[in-house]
Design a protein around this ligand. Structure first.
Ligand SMILES: [Fe+2]
Length: 314
């Protein structure tokens, strides 16, 4: 297993000032770098790499790409021919293509999303340091998110036309990047069509998730919090700051996560997510959600799907 975790997400935003107010003051991230092209780089207080979020000014919202971090530079050289052999073209971007970051192996998932793998990024340390650290820094602001935790990608799906990029992405992640399936939603007359999948490369219930939809896009990026109380407090911070909340604090059946969903000022959905749910292990039986229990899989308490949650994404 060479993929360690999600490394960063690169998002388009339509108003950089408003975006910075959101990610800096509401979520509690900090700007660590700006480059000559106007990209802004941010990290969470509990992250040691220099950034986990890149913001790019644009006339539309959405995901530029998502990057995962591998253990060593040599992993990139091993993975490049594996990805190519699977039928996906790759480009090795030279070190320095992003500031303070090594080579990046760039390719597109079957769903069309751009993914990059990298091994090297400048480490600046967490805000509590590594020597006799306090459990949290005095500088915690806003929701005080710990780290970028996972991403959920909407993937084009039209089973009647034989298109299911949820299943294609899932197979690629299993066969090439060595992720494993923790949970999936199976639909159709034979209950064998993967309509959504949750996959791990760490020991948490998901490091990436794919959900079928009419077009591919970004559903949300999620940041980790310690506890249910921290999720409640993050909702308070959002209400204070007039953040558009999509789903008030609740629990997922899938992953058992405690959660709140909201939008950044450009309409990119965010989540703050608490609870490790369960220990994701390679030999853990895959959890199956049937179509008739999808509501409680997504929102465990009410069992009712919220229209905006399933239909609105960037
Ligand atoms: Fe999530």
């Amino acid at each position: 297993m060479s993929v360690m975790r999600i490394g960063h997400a690169s998002l388009r935003v339509m108003d950089m000032g408003a975006a910075l107010q959101h990610y800096d003051n509401v979520l509690g991230m900090q700007v660590t770098m700006k480059d000559a092209a106007g990209h802004v780089y941010l990290k969470c207080w509990d992250e040691w790499d220099k950034y986990s979020l890149i913001l790019t000014a644009s006339d539309r919202a959405g995901l530029e790409y998502v990057a995962y971090k591998v253990r060593a530079e040599s992993d990139l050289d091993v993975l490049q021919p594996k990805i190519e052999a699977w039928g996906i073209k790759t480009t090795m971007l030279p070190a320095g293509s992003l500031p303070d970051t090594g080579r990046m192996l760039q390719f597109h998932l079957p769903s069309g999303h751009e993914m990059r793998l990298f091994a090297t990024k400048e480490q600046v340390g967490t805000d509590v340091g590594s020597l006799n650290p306090d459990p949290w820094p005095d500088s915690v602001r806003g929701a005080g998110v710990h780290w970028l935790d996972h991403i959920l990608l909407m993937c084009e799906m039209n089973p009647e036309a034989g298109v299911n990029t949820v299943a294609d992405n899932t197979r690629f992640m299993e066969e090439v990047l060595d992720f494993w399936l923790t949970e999936h939603v199976l639909v159709g007359p034979d209950k064998n069509i993967q309509a959504a999948t949750w996959m791990a490369c760490t020991t948490t219930p998901h490091d990436i998730a794919f959900v079928g939809g009419p077009r591919s896009g970004l559903h949300h990026i999620a940041f980790f919090l310690d506890s249910w109380h921290d999720v409640l407090k993050s909702a308070d911070v959002m209400a204070k700051n007039k953040v558009h909340i999509d789903v008030a604090p609740t629990r997922h059946g899938i992953t058992r996560g405690e959660t709140i969903y909201f939008f950044d000022p450009s309409g990119n959905r965010n989540e703050t997510f608490a609870g490790l749910g369960y220990m994701a292990q390679r030999d853990r039986p895959v959890t199956v959600w049937s179509e008739d229990h999808l509501g409680s899989g997504i929102f465990y308490h009410t069992g009712i799907l919220v229209d905006s949650f399933t239909q609105v994404y960037t």
